[in-house]
Write a protein that binds this ligand. Structure first.
Ligand SMILES: CC(C)(COP(=O)(O)OP(=O)(O)OC[C@H]1O[C@@H](n2cnc3c(N)ncnc32)[C@H](O)[C@@H]1OP(=O)(O)O)[C@@H](O)C(=O)NCCC(=O)NCCS
Length: 201
């Protein structure tokens, strides 16, 4: 697991699209999924990676012997009322699902030193994304009761919000290890960064 570099954009775009196409088949219109373009996604990620990431955001890639298998991004939670961290996205190529890579990537992302020092973290997940929900729940995340329906792409996407505590100095439910970074923590107002290439996690 390491911080993403601009040259990773192509593989990130590919993992992004292939992961969406596999995870959201049956949930999103097939025509929409078929039309996703890895090169276009890659361009968005390249632009982001060539600039500097907003304060307290991190983008990590999972690198295997065959190259980059996926990525995760974290930063301040984008829900205005919550001063927490947010797991914005975690996507792996379908062929590596279920082999522990997602767990490693999650741990590395939530521990991104100096980038993600929050007391708690939130994420939004498609209500019907059973695999991802099982993955998060195994990692200690719990639904917090918030729901929303995003109409952005032209069809409704029902999502539920999860939260996990990231207690300083104590084993973290999501990562199973102590938070490593020192320093201030507490409820903070999230600083909004520029939009990611995609809103859906
Ligand atoms: C969701 C996703 C990132 C998970 O990654 P993964 O590599 O498949 O998951 P892992 O192999 O690390 O985890 C799977 C197993 O470990 C468990 N696990 C994961 N984190 C854990 C933790 N911190 N503690 C205990 N168990 C954990 C999982 O529940 C699961 O258990 P199982 O083997 O009994 O099924 C991956 O499947 C993916 O890319 N899916 C499609 C995209 C997607 O839906 N992304 C989320 C959008 S919100």
């Amino acid at each position: 697991m390491r911080a993403a570099l601009p040259d990773d954009a192509e593989r990130i775009g590919l993992a992004h699209v292939r992961s969406w196409q596999a995870a959201y088949a049956g949930h999103f219109p097939q025509e929409f999924l078929d039309g996703l373009d890895p090169a276009r996604r890659a361009e968005g990620w390249r632009r982001r990676l060539e600039g500097s990431l907003p304060d307290r955001e991190a983008l990590l890639v999972a690198e295997t012997s065959t190259g980059i298998a996926g990525f995760a991004s974290v930063g301040p939670c984008r829900d205005d009322e919550i001063g927490a961290g947010g797991l914005y996205a975690i996507y792996l190529l379908p062929e590596v699902w279920g082999h522990g890579l997602g767990r490693q990537l999650m741990v590395a992302s939530l521990e991104a030193p100096g980038r993600f020092d929050f007391d708690e973290a939130t994420l939004w997940v498609l209500t019907g994304n059973g695999r991802a929900r099982r993955f998060y729940e195994a990692g200690g995340w719990q639904v917090d009761g918030a729901t929303k329906v995003d109409e952005g792409p032209g069809f409704p996407i029902a999502e539920v919000r999860y939260r996990v505590a990231l207690p300083e100095g104590a084993p973290c439910a999501a990562t199973g290890s102590p938070r490593r970074w020192p320093g201030a923590h507490g409820s903070r107002q999230p600083a909004r960064g520029p939009d990611l290439p995609t809103r859906l996690r």
